[in-house]
Design a protein around this ligand. Structure first.
Ligand SMILES: [Fe+2]
Length: 290
């Protein structure tokens, strides 16, 4: 009885009703205070898992940001079954990536996350291989930007509902194994990463929905069939809308996001000499587990 089975409308409708009934009206409903990130209490953990069950995301707030270090962040993640870190380029040897504006001529300057520019809607690791998809994502804000740096957040299951209600063929199209291809990344004629074809929507072995997406037009080649092209347009319009399911938040010091790699974007920001934005990012192959 998987609701993501296109041939099972009864299961889908039942799941959809429950999802819409439980989905929060505002992000505030998903905020949970945690006294000690390294050792959340049973009640704190339950509150976070309840938020994840409703919207695939929770905003956690450390009551003692001064006590938070990388070890605490990893310990916190492990309490939610997030253990297998993706050691992406840019991560330190612990697998944690510091997101901040990088000066000088380091390679990072060519990657938007390390600039102060806006980042369009995406899920993390959309250019990874199918076997290395990112299912769990955690952010932690050490220092917010003096201005800007807001994230928009959208539960990917809400995007699925929007598309399936509009036309189930959109889901069928976006589930094709070659629906969305990320072209090879070439630097000085040297291929660093080959083409990465893959589906937008997939269902894992446990029946959970996973989404792989980027709105960056330059970074994506859509399969050249009518349903895929239409579906990509409808999805793009939905993300560009100001719909009630799209939440916006600017993380403050001590606040973070724990999620099943939901759709998100980031607005541009500006630093000052006194205050430079610094967020830590942890990407996991695991999905959050209760
Ligand atoms: Fe991201």
């Amino acid at each position: 009885m998987n609701p993501f089975d296109l041939d099972n409308d009864v299961a889908y409708q039942r799941w959809r009703d429950e999802k819409l009934n439980n989905h929060p009206a505002t992000l505030d409903e998903l905020v949970v205070e945690v006294a000690d990130l390294a050792a959340p209490t049973a009640a704190e953990r339950q509150a976070i898992l309840a938020a994840i069950a409703r919207a695939n995301m929770a905003v956690y707030v450390s009551k003692r940001p001064s006590a938070v270090d990388k070890k605490a962040l990893k310990a916190f993640a492990a309490h939610f079954g997030l253990r297998r870190l993706n050691h992406n380029e840019g991560a330190d040897d612990e697998g944690i990536t510091a997101l901040s504006v990088v000066a000088g001529d380091q390679w990072r300057r060519t990657y938007i996350p390390y600039t102060n520019r806006a980042i369009h809607w995406h899920t993390d690791g959309y250019y990874n291989t199918p076997a290395e998809q990112i299912h769990g994502l955690m952010l932690y804000c050490e220092t917010p930007a003096p201005e800007g740096g807001e994230n928009a957040l959208l539960d990917h299951e809400m995007a699925y509902i929007h598309l399936r209600d509009a036309n189930p063929d959109y889901i069928r199209a976006l589930s094709q194994p070659d629906a969305m291809t990320i072209p090879a990344n070439e630097v000085n004629d040297h291929v660093q990463r080959p083409d990465r074809p893959g589906p937008v929507f997939s269902v894992d072995a446990d029946g959970n929905l996973h989404m792989r997406y980027t709105a960056r037009k330059r970074n994506v080649v859509w399969k050249d069939d009518l349903a895929t092209r239409e579906a990509a347009l409808v999805l793009g319009d939905f993300l560009a809308s100001d719909g009630p399911w799209i939440f916006r938040a600017t993380l403050k010091t001590g606040q973070g996001l724990l999620c099943n790699n939901v759709l998100h974007d980031r607005s541009g920001f500006s630093d000052t000499d006194e205050q430079k934005r610094l967020l830590y990012r942890l990407r996991f192959y695991d999905r959050i587990a209760g």
